[in-house]
Design a binder for this molecule. Structure first.
Ligand SMILES: *Cc1c(COP(=O)(O)O)cnc(C)c1O
Length: 231
């Protein structure tokens, strides 16, 4: 069942990207495993897919033992509180949810102590919905320039959550704005930073996201089924 769903999304990536003139290899599939227990995660990883996303540090910690020795790349995709930073950096290779200086500063401090670097994405609120975390699009340029202070962090790109709406034109507008922001940052002189990763698209809007330039889609319920508890 999980395998069939993973195959479905891999095929979707191929189909949609080819139809819009993109290379399927430029789009990664992230399996979002929040609320999913370690055994089902292991089942998903047995397909050969390796990228998973969690949105809570607590869950990363709880499932860590069972994932020892398994070929897996874990990213944090949920909001990160500064008091969780110390734990978070033990489990993930990328934090996709950098949205304020206080968290960058705390990461810098804790990473430095461990002599560790961390890939990060800047989270952008591209929909304008007040319930969403993330920088306003117009704040991003100034923010990344300040990121040079935090040299344990390696900026790799941008992340966004599309608007919660049935309107595909609103979703598309939001993703287009992200693509434009990415291009703008790529054309600026920002040495040692890269903006190649554009993490956008989930179960309900991955198709539009791929068409608009996503390089990483984050699929949870589409692979594992509807979540019982809301996370
Ligand atoms: C839960 C979650 C997803 C996956 O959502 P689905 O709709 O289940 O695919 C993707 N990104 C983030 C940040 C999430 O919290």
């Amino acid at each position: 069942m999980i395998k069939e769903q993973i195959d479905f999304y891999k095929n979707e990536i191929r189909k949609i990207s080819l139809a819009c003139g993109r290379n399927p290899r430029d789009i990664r599939l992230m399996m979002v495993t929040k609320t999913i227990d370690a055994d089902r995660i292991l089942e998903a990883l047995s397909t050969g897919e390796t990228l998973i996303g969690e949105n809570k540090v607590q869950e990363l910690k709880e499932k860590d033992d069972k994932l020892k020795g398994v070929d897996v790349e874990r990213h944090l995709i949920g909001h990160l509180q500064t008091n969780k930073v110390k734990d978070a950096i033990k489990y993930v290779t990328c934090i996709q949810s950098i949205d304020r200086f206080s968290v960058a500063k705390e990461l810098q401090k804790k990473l430095r102590t461990r002599g560790q670097k961390m890939d990060v994405l800047i989270q952008v609120n591209s929909s304008g919905e007040s319930s969403k975390y993330g920088l306003k699009p117009e704040e991003v340029e100034g923010f990344v320039k300040q990121m040079y202070e935090y040299d344990q962090l390696r900026v790799k790109g941008l992340m966004t959550i599309g608007p919660l709406t049935g309107s595909s034109s609103k979703i598309r507008a939001s993703f287009k704005l992200m693509k434009e922001l990415q291009k703008k940052l790529q054309n600026m002189y920002l040495p040692e930073m890269s903006f190649d990763v554009l993490s956008m698209g989930m179960t309900n809007d991955y198709k539009i996201a791929i068409e608009e330039g996503s390089t990483l889609i984050r699929v949870g319920s589409g692979i594992f089924g509807e979540r019982v508890t809301k996370a």
